[in-house]
Ligand binder design. Structure first.
Ligand SMILES: Cc1cc2nc3c(=O)[nH]c(=O)nc-3n(C[C@H](O)[C@H](O)[C@H](O)COP(=O)(O)O)c2cc1C
Length: 162
């Protein structure tokens, strides 16, 4: 442990990644983003069955939501229970910082609705979003990992999380 701290050139933060995914793309993206965070010295944990406890358990972490949209603007089944728990239990989330990434397809008029709903819910409970929400259109543009990497870098820099 001593060596680890001696080498640390900046304060490490802890990121809890919460994944909403049906076909696996958002999960793959979350893994890439966790690698990126670790490569700059942060610690990460990824939850693919996200629960309220994962948000409430650690007072001093950042949340990173990575969530696709399915159905007609629906959340993936694995993350729907989290939205319901937030709506029903309404835990106060003041002081919690989170980042939000959506995966979707602009051919649906419900483009990225799932991450928008999660974002609104967290905000309504007092949590603070860090940076803009990233909404990735999987049908166009650069590969999602590439878009997310640039965006994450920018968000962390602007928020002073190094
Ligand atoms: C049946 C189906 C419904 C979809 N509905 C939407 C939608 O309403 N809005 C949207 O933005 N994208 C929608 N998409 C696109 C997915 O969000 C996109 O393909 C995403 O990359 C899937 O991520 P996943 O592999 O993590 O589930 C839909 C895809 C499928 C297959």
């Amino acid at each position: 442990m001593a060596a680890l701290f001696a080498n640390a050139s900046h304060a490490m933060s802890h990121f809890t990644l919460l994944v909403g995914s049906t076909l696996g793309s958002a999960e793959d993206l979350a893994e890439e983003m966790a690698d990126q965070l670790q490569s700059i010295g942060h610690s990460t944990v990824i939850h693919t069955s996200p629960q309220l406890d994962h948000i409430l358990i650690a007072p001093d972490h950042y949340l990173l939501l990575v969530c696709s949209t399915h159905g007609a603007g629906d959340l993936p089944d694995n993350i729907q229970p989290l939205l319901e728990a937030l709506q029903q239990q309404r835990p106060p989330l003041q002081g919690l910082g989170y980042l939000a990434v959506g995966l979707g397809d602009t051919s649906y008029d419900t483009f990225c609705h799932a991450i928008r709903r999660l974002d609104q819910q967290l905000e309504s409970l007092g949590a603070s979003r860090i940076g803009d929400r990233l909404e990735i259109d999987v049908s166009a543009g650069d590969p999602p990992e590439q878009q997310a990497q640039i965006w994450l870098d920018q968000c962390l820099n602007e928020a002073g999380i190094r």
